[in-house]
Ligand binder design. Sequence first.
Ligand SMILES: [Co+2]
Length: 233
Amino acid sequence: MDETRRAFLRVAMAAAGTAAAPVASEAQPQRAEHQALPSDITLRVKSLESLLVEKGLVDRKALDALIDTYEHKIGPRNGARVVARAWVDAAYKRRLLTDADAALAELGYGGMQGEHMVAVENSSSVHNLVVCTLCSCYPWPVLGLPPVWYKSAPYRSRSVIDPRGVLRGFGLELPQEVEVRVWDSTAELRYMVVPQRPLGAETLSEEQLAALVTRDSIIGVGVISATPAGTRP
Ligand SMILES: [Co+2]
């Protein structure tokens, strides 16, 4: 962990005035390598995009639609499949919680921006929340591209200072007796949450369960309802 991150966390924790939100990576020495790609690549991609748009070869709207698809639809479905498997297969869940990389590889997930994963499980007494305090480290293989709010300064700082407030902003009011744990993702270690299996979903198949799992629940800013979004009465 570098000095910038330490200093940030020190200030954030002091502001919180509590150790109620343990930042897991504090416990482990880490090099704070947050940018897996050189910023040069970003510039090159931007230049290419501009050129392609200028030449009329691609439509910016189509590009936005493509990114939106990866952000909301394709990416998070992988994580949903992992969560559903963990719910129906206790042995798989144990493997996921003890060696996430190997368990994810069993389902064919891994690779760039997800080389070292850790899965943390929600329970009736513990709620986990994932953030990258310095930038936007995010588990691409199981969640796709990070949403804009995940990269925002308010989310990054407030998640450590006032996690319950952040969760409230997402419509999630946790009882005081539920402990909130905040996990700080880096390029070297990325977290995913295994949300609680919803009550009333006992008869559903693994596939039906996967359909209930949302991206936000895997980041830890949402919980799962037994009724899929959009079909609530
Ligand atoms: Co980062």
